[in-house]
Design a binder for this molecule. Structure first.
Ligand code: DX5
Ligand code: ZN
Length: 258
């Protein structure tokens, strides 16, 4: 059974509920459980776990053993973002570790080669990607598909339309590192997805902070990842509140995502 349901859309809103997910990439890894508890106590809805393999992205972080350890200390929704090649290799391990959501990169799932994803079509679902989604679901985790800043959003549409996906993650920096600058041109892709799929959970990740959130909120995002802006703040609760209220205001503004 899945531990926590996904955020839902209520009447008068143009998207599912605003959700804030601090990225533990910016936490002190030596005090991880304590840092996670602090964020949950201060208002975090989810905890965003950045998994990097030094191959899909030029950085190395943590894997399923750390998720398993963390799971013993928190009931929070563990939103795992796998920036790895061959993501299918890790589905079982993350499910066993207690991950709630398994988000893989579309660019990594289409095949073993770095350019295999160029063969993906906006009209037809790729069977390898479909199998990946089904495998995650069968392992009782929510399914997320992430796209890098230069990947067209049309390419995730077939999987969303078939009901295989619980969330799409639109990266607003090149994946690999925390603390980079928000890319406004990338967030526009969220608007394409929001206008097509009002009930879809759309996550944005990278460079989100009180001074960039309004752009992401206008574009229709509802799940906000923030690492450095939250962990680096003197008042993380205030930052998380600002991020959520910007999204909630946009959700009930009546303006189409743009
Ligand atoms: C980047 C990661 C992000 C990162 C966000 O590759 O996926 O989750 O931690 O960090 P900030 O919010 O500092 O850009
Ligand atoms: Zn991330």
């Amino acid at each position: 059974m899945t531990r926590v349901p996904m955020p839902k859309r209520s009447a008068g809103q143009d998207r599912p509920a605003a959700t804030v997910a601090p990225s533990i990439l910016s936490a002190d890894f030596a005090r991880l459980a304590e840092e996670c508890k602090r964020m949950v106590d201060l208002g975090a809805d989810w905890l965003h776990v950045d998994v990097m393999d030094g191959h899909f992205v030029p950085n190395l972080t943590i894997g399923a053993p750390v998720v398993a350890s963390l799971r013993k200390h928190t009931d929070a929704f563990l939103d795992c973002h796998l920036m790895v090649s061959n993501p299918e290799q890790w589905v079982k391990d993350f499910a066993k570790a207690g991950a709630d959501m398994f988000t893989f990169h579309l660019e990594a799932a289409a095949g073993p080669g770095p350019d295999d994803w160029h063969a993906l079509s906006p009209d037809t679902a790729n069977q390898t990607v479909v199998d990946m989604c089904r495998g995650i679901k069968a392992a009782h985790m929510h399914v997320g598909i992430a796209i890098k800043p230069s990947t067209p959003p049309e390419l995730v549409a077939p999987y969303v339309a078939e009901g295989l996906v619980d969330m799409v993650l639109v990266m607003t920096v090149e994946p690999g590192f925390g603390g980079q600058s928000f890319m406004p041109q990338a967030v526009a892709k969220a608007a394409f997805l929001r206008n097509k799929f009002p009930d879809l959970n759309i996550q944005v990740d990278g460079g989100l902070a009180p001074n960039t959130i309004d752009r992401a909120a206008e574009a229709g995002a509802n799940v906000i990842v923030a690492g450095s802006a939250v962990f680096g703040a003197a008042d993380p609760a205030a930052v998380m509140k600002t991020l959520k209220s910007s999204v909630s205001a946009a959700a009930s503004s009546g303006k189409p995502a743009h």
